[in-house]
Design a protein around this ligand. Structure first.
Ligand code: TZP
Ligand code: MG
Length: 221
């Protein structure tokens, strides 16, 4: 197997839902199904925070969400945990700067998709060298979902990277909604990753459809 082509990944990153049970008021299985019905293009299982499942429950929920993604052809990415990703036959893993080193993760996952969170040009360059397929940049806007998030960085880093000719697929995250997603794509991101804008929305499918419309319309120009 070979690594995913950048152009395929750019399309898949357009409307990226990131969540676990702690983010959902409703059943996470229902939330994911509705988000897919609305048009999300990629999913990350991020089972973290107060009230998150552990052990067998974490695995069981992962299996259920993985099966839904597989049946709809939506890439399934696991946050932080390489072992869980391999167990669930995930399409990839996403790690932050405080997690297992990206270069080590790349060795363990072979051709699978590797996403890395980065906050500076140096972190971006290192992640690329380490074998990242895409980078998550943020928080773009204020967020209350991730309590230990770095300071808000706005759109400057995305613009700067593109100005420097860095072409790796990029996704913005943090405080993004259908109403402020446009400028993230205009700055040079390939997509937007969201937690609460979809998991806390009613109806979920409509929020997902609006997000996809915003990210997709501009990305396809
Ligand atoms: N990484 C940076 S901000 C963030 C993560 C996981 C949380 C994003 O959540 P929301 O609800 O979309 O602001
Ligand atoms: Mg992490």
């Amino acid at each position: 197997m070979t690594r995913i082509a950048q152009e395929d990944l750019r399309r898949q990153l357009q409307a990226y839902l990131v969540m676990g049970s702690a983010n959902c008021a409703a059943d996470p299985v229902y939330v994911l199904e509705e988000a897919i019905r609305g048009g999300i293009t990629m999913f990350q299982y991020r089972e973290k925070g107060e009230g998150a499942c552990q052990g067998a429950d974490r695995l069981a929920l992962g299996k259920a969400l993985r099966a839904i993604c597989r049946s709809h052809g939506i890439p399934f990415i696991v946050n932080d945990d390489v072992e869980l990703a391999l167990l669930l036959e995930a399409d990839g893993v996403h790690v932050g700067q405080e997690d297992e080193l990206a270069a080590d993760v790349r060795k363990r996952i072979g051709h699978l998709i590797l996403g890395v969170s980065a906050h500076t040009v140096e972190e971006v360059e290192r992640a690329i060298q380490d074998g990242a397929d895409y980078l998550g940049l943020g928080p773009i806007y204020p967020t209350s979902t991730k309590l230990d998030a770095r300071p808000v960085q706005g759109l400057e880093l995305i613009r700067k990277l593109r100005m420097q000719g860095i072409t790796i697929p990029l996704v913005g995250i943090g405080g993004i909604t259908p109403y402020n997603a446009g400028p993230v794509i205009e700055a040079g991101a390939d997509g937007v990753a969201v937690v609460s804008a979809i998991t806390q929305a009613a109806p979920v499918s409509e929020a997902a459809a609006l997000l996809k419309e915003q990210a997709g319309a501009r990305a396809n120009r």
